[in-house]
Design a protein around this ligand. Structure first.
Ligand SMILES: [Zn+2]
Ligand SMILES: [Zn+2]
Length: 409
């Protein structure tokens, strides 16, 4: 098989349940076999869906301020934004915490049961599942909830409803279900990997042997073939225009990061007073209030991570252009960290959505989202897309032969 991150051809023996195979060069997980590969994911995903249903049925969180009580449901995080004419933000939040996670769970049940009953459209469902997986942000929403509670607990009393606990269980099961499925195993059960009429040499790069990897289904495809025979997607030796796209998305993110910091992300109206807070001013207020852990988390998530991610990705783009001096393993690991951590920047956007849904006490205190939050969400989405369009195999190529070659377009 070919490694997705370093393009090395490797041979692995048939794995037993509970075993995992990692790339000998870059340490990327190549393949894994799980115990009870059908029953466990189906049970976890079905229970998760049931918990998501419960999370939408009962009170989520209640807040008491000066004898006044406001109750929020899980769906309010989107619906309140919609009522306040932030339709795009409402749609984004709904997709990130309800629609995409629910789709992923249903897709996993469908694909796993599909193994037994040979259900149709499994190829398309699996393609969409792995495309949407990074955009399912229930874990980040849970972190957003904790931050919001810490912010509010000094001024108000918070009580957690039944739906909150259902959501916590949903969150854990959602994380767990992705741990007990393996992309390669899933695809191998949908249809056998494309067969190759070519002798491959283990321990050499795939490209130099006329092989390319299907990024969608992890199958090996001959260089002269345009499409993967298993998942029908068009396969390119390296991601098309990887460096150009990554840099373009990063430049757009840098440009938007300036208004994201200057515009207010949250507006608090209290007794007719209107306080607009930006990311930085919100941070300073939290620090002055003594909420140090929350201030540090927000500082890391909203300031350090986006800036570091942009700089690191630019540095990685630069590394693909210079001679490699044994730094590939290290730089591939850096890429994996940046790719994983980037989505956590969305936490500030979710905090604003939670605060807007929860803090609604008419004259006393009401929170509204500011324009800055939409711009900041765009920055996070752009940096996530930049990381997805970066092809780490370019770090390993002797020369970036496939970058900017007209025949690949
Ligand atoms: Zn590798
Ligand atoms: Zn494929």
């Amino acid at each position: 098989m070919l490694c997705r991150h370093c393009d090395l051809v490797q041979e692995i023996t048939t794995l037993q349940a509970g075993e995992e195979a990692c790339c000998s060069r870059c340490n990327h997980t190549l393949d894994a076999r799980h115990v009870q590969p059908i029953l466990r994911p189906v049970l976890y995903a079905a229970t998760a869906l049931f918990m998501l249903l419960l999370a939408n049925l009962f009170p989520f969180v209640s807040m008491f301020v000066a004898g006044d009580r406001h109750q929020m449901s899980f769906f309010d995080t989107s619906s309140v934004l919609f009522q306040q004419h932030h339709q795009w933000l409402a749609l984004l939040i709904w997709l990130l915490i309800q629609a995409i996670p629910a789709f992923c769970m249903m897709a996993i049940i469908y694909l796993k049961l599909g193994m037994l009953y040979k259900l149709p459209f499994r190829v398309w469902v699996a393609r969409v599942l792995y495309m949407l997986k990074p955009w399912s942000m229930v874990d980040i929403f849970l972190m957003g909830l904790i931050i919001s509670f810490v912010k509010l607990v000094a001024d108000a009393e918070i009580s957690l409803g039944a739906s909150f606990w259902a959501f916590c269980i949903f969150c854990l099961l959602h994380l767990r279900v992705f741990q007990v499925i393996d992309q390669r195993e899933l695809w191998s059960k949908i249809s056998p990997a494309p067969s190759l009429s070519l002798n491959t040499t283990v321990g050499m790069g795939g490209l130099e042997q006329g092989l390319k990897l299907c990024q969608v289904c992890t199958g090996m495809v001959l260089l002269q073939h345009k499409n993967c025979t298993r998942c029908h997607s068009t396969v390119y030796p390296r991601q098309r225009g990887s460096i150009q796209n990554t840099i373009a998305l990063l430049v757009a993110a840098i440009i938007l990061y300036i208004p994201a910091n200057l515009l207010p992300i949250m507006i608090t109206v209290s007794f007719g007073d209107r306080i607009e807070s930006t990311i930085i001013s919100g941070l300073i207020i939290m620090w002055q209030d003594g909420a140090y852990p929350v201030a540090i988390i927000i500082l890391i998530a909203s300031v350090i991570v986006p800036v570091a991610k942009i700089l690191v990705l630019l540095w990685l783009c630069y590394l693909t252009r210079i001679s490699k001096a044994g730094r590939q393993r290290y730089s591939t690991q850096v890429y994996r960290v940046v790719d994983w951590i980037g989505r956590w920047s969305m936490v500030d956007v979710l905090v604003v959505a939670i605060m807007a849904a929860l803090v609604r006490f008419d004259l006393l205190m009401t929170v509204y989202p500011g324009v800055g939050v939409i711009v900041f969400a765009a920055v996070v989405i752009l940096t996530m897309l930049a990381a997805l369009s970066f092809d780490p195999r370019l770090l390993w190529d002797a020369r970036p032969v496939y970058e900017g070659k007209a025949s690949d377009r």
